[in-house]
Write a protein that binds this ligand. Structure first.
Ligand SMILES: NC(=[NH2+])NCCC[C@H](N)C(=O)O
Ligand SMILES: [Mn+2]
Ligand SMILES: [Mn+2]
Length: 306
């Protein structure tokens, strides 16, 4: 049994980078689904810090390839500040999104923390999408399709330098799991950048177990593992409450195995739970599933006692 640092939940109630309204309600849906108590029942110390504030969503069309860039920057600054403060205090931040653009601030702060402490960062990006668009290739202008590119130094300076010099994150620190939707220009860019992608075809062929073993390879006692969990990673039949559903995702058991194998490393140091959209959910089932999976991520298993 691994021991985890005390946990801080940070709500970021916004859909500022998304194409559908509703992810702003994500933090509350995760609370209603019992996230804090589920973690406490695993023996973890959990504080809910409440919600961050930020600009309202003006719901404007994209300008120069970005929808709501200045508001996205403001939200990400708040997230980076809050996540950084928790890490400085020796705590494990869980960001409750909100849409996935917030990972720029969250992972930016984690990367800075790792740099300062001489830790090796590994980011596991669980998602249907590569989120590697830029303003020139995006089909939508939605910044939630751009966070990985921004972290790797492709994007506007306000975002690529949000928490330190660009690139805030080295491409080889990232493993993307579950990918099954990459836009045409994005395909070229992920190849050019050399992103390590475990797409659904690869998972179908070799199985979740081997894919995760490869994605987790090289993690050691000095590794800080950050999990960025976009709920649309999951197959939409089990997780309808997201704005950008893509069929053909991991089923319940594959998703559990993925989380269990991450838990086994004992190295998780920070987590994002993003893109949950209660307006599209059915009786909060997607939030309940996310909580169930997060329990596995923190070591819940069928046979082992705590
Ligand atoms: N985090 C997400 N759900 N991203 C969806 C991105 C969808 C599409 N690739 C876009 O850039 O518009
Ligand atoms: Mn996604
Ligand atoms: Mn995403």
């Amino acid at each position: 049994m691994h021991t985890f640092p005390p946990i801080s939940l940070i709500g970021a109630p916004t859909d500022i980078g998304a194409g559908h309204r509703g992810a702003a309600m994500g933090p509350e849906a995760l609370r209603v689904a019992g996230l804090a108590d589920a973690l406490r029942s695993r023996g973890l110390d959990v504080i809910d810090r409440g919600n961050l504030g930020g600009p309202a969503n003006p719901w404007q069309p994209p300008e120069q390839g970005y929808r709501h860039l200045s508001e996205v920057v403001a939200w990400n600054r708040a997230v980076a500040q809050a996540v950084g403060a928790e890490l400085d205090g020796g705590r494990l931040p869980i960001l409750l999104g909100g849409d996935h653009c917030l990972a720029i601030g969250s992972i930016g702060a984690v990367a800075r923390h790792c740099r300062e402490r001489g830790k090796t960062l590994r980011v596991l990006w669980l998602d249907a999408h590569a989120d590697f668009n830029t303003s020139t290739i995006t089909p939508s202008g939605n910044v939630h399709g751009m966070p990985v590119a921004c972290l790797c130094g492709y994007g506007p300076r306000e975002l690529t330098e949000l928490a330190g010099a660009a690139p805030m994150l080295a491409t080889d620190a990232i493993r993307q799991i579950g990918i099954r939707s990459v836009d045409p220009g994005e395909k070229r860019l992920v190849r050019e950048a050399g992103l390590d992608i475990y797409d659904m075809r690869y998972i179908d062929e070799i199985g979740m177990m081997r894919a995760m073993a490869e994605a987790l390879d090289g993690i050691d006692a000095n590794t800080h593992l950050h999990v960025s969990f976009d709920v649309d990673f999951l197959d939409p039949t089990i997780a309808p409450g997201v704005g950008t559903t893509i069929p053909g995702g991991p089923n319940y058991r594959e998703a559990q195995l993925c989380m269990e194998m991450i838990a086994d490393t004992g190295r998780i140091g920070s987590l994002d739970i993003v893109e949950l959209n209660p307006a599209l959910d059915v009786r909060n089932q997607t939030a309940l599933l996310a909580v169930d999976l997060v329990e596995s991520l923190f070591g819940k298993s069928t046979l082992m006692r705590d």
